[in-house]
Design a binder for this molecule. Structure first.
Ligand code: UGA
Length: 464
């Protein structure tokens, strides 16, 4: 009998210690959606030692990712993906339901594109919500990473509450992401701040623990769902407005002989304004600014609020792309029909293969509509651009694109273009006019080599 009691006691201790170990075990994290945000989130969490299951409905993507191949070009991402696969901290599946069932925390990172009305399309988000409701086999934290209109978290919470088919509980959170394409891994691992919208203290402490696994010193601002959602839209709209503002000033610099780069520096040295994100260019593009600014305007309109500044930011951005087209036309006396124009750069910015809303698309479409012969080159974004504009001439190198071109237009600030051998280009029998929409070429060299050139806002190197 005594023996039996001792054995039972030992078994009890063993079970208890197991429970303690389990409760101390890291939670399993599911990330639904392996786009830019979801994939970087999943890979970086796995890299930081968390157990991550990434789910996506696109089988091709999941097959590639399982083999350690990233479907997007993003510096550093593929290396971390392979490392995490090797360490078994990440896995990929098309079985979203199973991933949800296996997880303690579910991050939703599906896309929320813009409808023609300007409103965000929440179809993917709502589909995932239904899958969560049907697979709530244990308590889970559901965290929305996707940029979604203000009110979405509250709406999704109600939707799960009303459609779940188990008695299991759940909590919601909103954790907007601020990473930039091209520097996504670095931005994710080194955020300026973490925004957390929640109505639960428990969620706040569990997610803070997760955040501390990759950026222990980043400030965490905790607030309600609506405020967290608004912070994302306000941040992107402010940054987009800053760009439109400097693009307008650049336009005026061209008219009045001031140098926009020096103006931006002089203005940006005021700490209240800041020098970063103040570069004039061909207009902002990408999957975020145009979409988020449009969605914010739509929300404002639906609530009878007139966001004049934000509206002007979009109008100025459209005008900026046309300003580049006007520059090109004016160098050809308005007629580009017999001209071969070389476009260097297709991606909406450097270090990405993303061409969504790229200003290069507008410029190329306008030039071909005006009858120009267009040749293009981009170090990474040719495959993606071919799907959008299949009928232009894609060149294998800068050299090929330059051959017999009457004009070179730099649309993306790739390192390769910053190092163009201008002397070699000038010594060709056919030397082109240069339009540098990213202000990356040395204006002193261009002038000394007697190029006909133009940039945005009359940018110059200060030589005295
Ligand atoms: C943007 C925000 O910067 C991120 O914080 C945010 O997380 C992301 O949107 C998102 O909502 O997911 P992203 O679109 O990847 O990131 O790229 P940015 O580096 O912000 O560039 C956006 C556009 O502005 C590009 O076309 C870029 O060329 C242009 N830009 C940027 C300028 O014309 N001037 C600048 O000084 C900076």
């Amino acid at each position: 009998m005594k023996k039996y009691i001792v054995r039972s006691f030992l078994i009890f201790i063993l079970l208890l210690s197991n429970t303690i170990v389990n409760t101390q075990q890291k939670p399993t994290i599911a990330v639904i959606g392996t786009g830019y945000v979801g994939l970087v989130l999943g890979v970086c969490l796995a890299h930081s030692g968390n157990h991550v299951i990434c789910a996506d409905i696109q089988k091709n993507k999941i097959d590639q990712l399982s083999k350690g191949i990233s479907p997007i070009y993003e510096p550093g991402l593929e290396e971390l993906l392979r490392e995490s696969l090797q360490k078994n901290t990440i896995s990929f599946t098309t079985d979203t339901a199973q991933a949800i069932r296996d997880a303690d925390i579910v991050f939703i990172a599906v896309d929320t594109p813009t409808k023609t009305s300007g409103e965000s399309d929440l179809t993917a988000l709502i589909n995932v919500t239904h899958t969560i409701a049907q697979n709530l086999t244990s308590y889970k934290i559901i965290c929305i990473k996707s940029t979604a209109p203000i009110g979405t978290c509250t709406y999704i919470k109600e939707l799960i509450k009303n459609s779940k088919n188990s008695s299991c509980d759940f909590d919601m959170a909103c954790n907007p992401e601020f990473l930039r394409e091209g520097t996504a891994v670095h931005d994710f691992l080194n955020p300026d701040r973490i925004i957390l919208g929640t109505d639960s203290e428990k969620v706040s402490s569990v997610l803070r623990e997760i955040f501390s696994s990759f950026c222990p010193s980043a400030p965490v601002l905790t607030t309600n769902f609506e405020t967290a959602e608004m912070i994302k839209y306000a941040a992107n709209s402010f940054l987009a407005t800053k760009i439109s503002f400097i693009n307008e000033i650049a336009h005026l610099c061209e008219a009045l002989g001031a140098y926009v780069n020096i103006v931006a520096e002089g203005v940006g040295l005021d700490k209240r304004i800041g020098k970063s994100f103040f570069l004039p260019g061909p207009g902002f593009g990408g999957s975020c600014f145009p979409k988020d600014v449009t969605a914010l305007l739509h929300m404002a309109q639906a609530n009878n609020v007139d966001l004049k500044v934000v509206k002007a930011c979009l109008d100025t951005n459209d005008a900026q792309k046309m300003h580049v087209v006007d520059k090109i036309l004016s160098h050809c006396n308005g007629d580009v029909r017999n001209k071969t124009i070389c476009i260097l750069g297709l991606a909406f910015k450097a270090n990405t293969d993303d061409v969504r809303f790229s200003p290069a698309i507008t410029v190329i479409e306008q030039l071909t509509a005006h009858g120009a012969q267009v040749k293009v080159y981009d170090p990474k974004a040719m495959v993606t651009m071919k799907k959008v504009l299949p009928h232009i001439e894609y060149c294998a190198s800068v050299e090929d694109a330059l051959a017999k071109s009457d004009m070179v237009v730099i649309m993306t600030e790739w390192e390769e273009f910053k190092k163009l051998d201008l002397e070699k280009i000038k010594n060709r029998s056919h030397n082109p006019i240069i339009i540098d929409t990213r202000n990356i070429l040395n204006t002193t060299t261009l002038r000394n080599l007697n190029f006909t050139y133009e940039n945005i806002g009359n940018a110059q190197i200060n030589s005295y």
